[in-house]
Every structure is written in C-alpha cells, then in structure tokens.
Design a binder for this molecule. Structure first.
Ligand code: ATP
Ligand code: MG
Length: 341
C-alpha cells in the first residue's frame, strides 16, 4: 500500500537523545536517532521490547518533560518548528492539532471517570474553539468514522462500557479529533485480539489515505508492517540500525539484527505458518553506553572492528542505510548460525 512519495518532510528528527537518570544509573534509552517523515508517508519503527521505540515517540511529542530524571536532546522539527524547544503552552497548541499519538496502553489513556462524549468533546473544544453543540456533533462524527455503532447514543457512556477494541477505536478518534498531519501509533493493537487488531490497523491505514496524514507506526511485529508502510526503521539499543523501503527490508535486509528479526517472524511470506524463532542472546542493558556495536554480543558476524568501533548508520544504495561495518559483504547472506529446530 505505497503512496506516491512527496518530497516535503513534515517531521524531521535530528540526533534525538533521551536519557533517564535513575537511582540504578543512567538509562541510555535513545542514542542519536535521526529520520525524516514526508507528507502522507507511512513509516514504521520496529525493534524488540526495550529498544527505545516508545521513548522516541514520547520524546518527539514533548511528553517526557514532567518525567523525573528524563533528559531529552536533539531536535524534532514539525514543519521546521522544533517541538523540543517549544514552551509548554505552545507545545500544547501543536499537540493534537498537528501531531497526535495513539498510546500503547488504551486503558490508562482514557479517563475512567469521564464519559467518552466529554473526553472527545474536550479534545475538540480545547483547540478548535467550537461551541458545545458543535463539539458534540464532531464527537459523533469521529465515533462514526472509527466505526462505533450508535455513536450518538453512546456519548454518555464511560470507557469501561466499551470493549477493548472499541476503547482503542475511541483513542484513535481522539487522536484524529483535530485532523493532525502526523499520527504516531504506538503499538495500537497489542492489547487486542487478532481479528480486532487487523480491523484497527486497516482503519488507521484507510484514515491515513482519506485524511492524507503521515503515520509513524511503532511495533515489535515485523509481520504487521508488510503491506502497511512505505519505509521501515529498525531500532536496536536506542539507535536506528537499518532504514529501508519495506520491500527491500524483507527481500534484502542489510543488518544482521534485521535478519534475525525476520527469522523470528513466522509467517510474513509463509502461508503454512512457521515456528517462531528468537534471536540468540539477551537484549542489551541500556545502563551502559558501549563504544562498540551494541549488537556485537549477539551477532554471528562480529569482527574485531565491531568490538572496537561503533558503526554509524551508513547510506547504502536505493535510499537505504545500515549501521553495520559488514553490510556490503553480508548482503544476501543469511544469519550464519544453523537455524534452531
Ligand atoms: N521513565 C523511565 N525511567 C527509566 N527508564 C525508562 C523510563 N521509560 C523507559 N525507560 C527505559 O528506556 C528503555 C526504552 O523503553 P521503551 O519504552 O522506549 O521501549 P520500547 O521499544 O517501546 O519497548 P516495548 O516494545 O516493550 O514497548 C527501556 O530500557 C526502558 O526500561
Ligand atoms: Mg513501547
């Protein structure tokens, strides 16, 4: 489902760096992430749990300012305006209206003691200066848009009166309330069963096309992104280790970690289904900031150089990039280890 590429970037993230100063030490959650999202583009950030995907999104949205010990550096330019440099009031004006986010956990993101109508209405009123009646009408439209039946009748209900899938749809409606140009969807389906997952993904995809927004999907599920996005960013230990058009990524992954991830996807091109494999070794401890390649301890191809010097994200052909010293020689090679039974 690729859309024609328009060159204009709506969101440009430059050298984003986020750390948490905790009693157990400094957590290096995001370590110099840069990417650019063009108008109407569909892009995904994939990576294992703890790789820094949500922290990247929260940092861009300026949502870590009140988190104790959080330190955010770099730039997140929305149409050239740096979200990380805006004052809280300015940021509040941009958030929702121009850039919105669907959170990983819908249950904690809706307020349980306010009706859905009130919450949606507030999202609309807050920015648009609409009257109460207009806000109500808009709320009904939004619930219709995300496929909640009998929307008008359900405005007076509370979140617990909706199913998990419906709550996730309400979250989407709230994120879309003001017609943002960029939507960040952080694991919008993890809490849902498989059928509803597919519906929610399809819903966001079709809304993207209808409303012309750019969507940044965040997921640990590579299977989900096939057929859904134009571009994939693969994240490991708080860094982007590969960037590629989705088809290239599946056909010719350039980073050993991406190859490992693809082997762990059971059925993206295998209708018979397959055994889910995991990548050997443990995810890195982000409390240390190694000078070497963070994937080296798990990489079957690591050489002395990988332990001596961290590879930067290097541009490859066709707009791709890989943070592996050996991407050229290993192109097309499978992970060297024998697949486990
Ligand atoms: N408020 C915080 N204080 C300290 N460390 C944090 C905080 N929030 C996140 N982290 C750490 O930052 C790292 C990245 O977390 P993040 O939530 O971005 O992972 P993720 O890639 O979204 O994983 P998942 O797929 O499980 O959602 C983790 O090591 C996490 O423990
Ligand atoms: Mg997350």
């Amino acid at each position: 489902m690729t859309s024609p590429r328009r060159a204009r970037p709506v969101l440009e993230v430059v050298d984003l760096m986020t750390r948490f100063h905790t009693e157990q030490g400094v957590v290096h959650a995001v370590n110099g992430v840069s990417f650019s999202l063009t108008e109407g583009e569909s892009m995904a950030i994939v990576g294992e749990s703890g790789s820094g995907k949500s922290v990247t999104a929260l940092s861009i949205m300026g949502l870590l300012v009140r988190t104790a010990g959080a330190e955010c550096r770099g730039r997140a330019l929305l149409d050239g305006r740096d979200l990380l440099a805006l004052r809280p009031r300015e940021l509040a004006r941009v958030r929702g209206k121009e850039i919105a986010m669907i959170f990983q956990d819908p249950v904690t993101s809706l307020n349980p003691v306010l009706t859905v109508g009130r919450q949606l209405g507030e999202a609309v009123l807050h920015h648009a200066g609409a009257s109460r009646a207009e806000a109500r009408g808009r709320s009904v439209e939004l619930l219709d848009l995300v496929g909640i039946p009998n929307a008008r009748g359900r405005l007076s209900e509370y979140p617990h009166q909706f199913s998990g899938g419906q709550r996730q749809r309400i979250m989407i409606a709230m994120a879309l309330a003001l017609g943002p140009r960029v939507l960040i969807a952080d694991e919008p389906t993890t809490a849902l069963d498989v059928t509803i997952q597919a519906q929610v993904v399809e819903l966001i995809g079709s809304l993207r096309q209808r409303l012309g927004m750019a969507v940044l999907w965040i997921t640990h599920d590579l299977g989900l992104v096939a057929g859904l996005v134009d571009t994939v960013l693969v994240m490991y230990a708080g860094r982007i280790v590969e960037r590629a058009a989705v088809r290239d990524l599946f056909e010719r992954p350039l980073h050993p970690y991406t190859k490992g991830l693809l082997q762990a996807v059971p059925a993206w091109n295998d209708t018979r289904g397959g055994r889910l494999r995991t990548i050997d070794g443990r995810p890195p401890d982000l409390r240390s900031a190694p000078k070497h390649c963070a994937f080296a301890p798990r990489c079957p191809h690591a050489l002395d150089r990988c332990w001596a010097e961290r590879p930067p994200l290097q541009e490859a052909d066709g707009g791709r990039a890989s943070a592996c010293w050996r991407w050229r020689e290993l192109e097309g090679a499978a992970l060297a280890r024998e697949p486990r039974p």
